[in-house]
Design a protein around this ligand. Structure first.
Ligand SMILES: [Zn+2]
Length: 69
């Protein structure tokens, strides 16, 4: 299989590697300088996604019990 022609003329995505800023306190993923979807929660850097926030603050689901009728 010859794939060489696909290697020519495409920009290298690793060429301008962004600078690491921190790690997400939710998912543990890397946060890079310039990310604009990062929240500061109690001093933690967290991706602005439900799952990351949920894990970062160690939220627990609450079960509400309805009064019987
Ligand atoms: Zn995250």
């Amino acid at each position: 299989m010859e794939l060489d022609r696909f290697d020519v003329g495409l920009p290298d995505p690793q060429e301008h590697e962004p600078e690491e800023y921190s790690a997400c306190s939710g998912c543990g993923g890397t946060i890079y300088c310039g990310d604009d979807n990062i929240l500061d929660i109690y001093g933690m850097a967290v991706h602005d996604t439900y799952n990351c926030i949920y894990k970062a603050v160690e939220a627990k689901k609450t079960v509400t019990i309805k009064d019987g009728d």
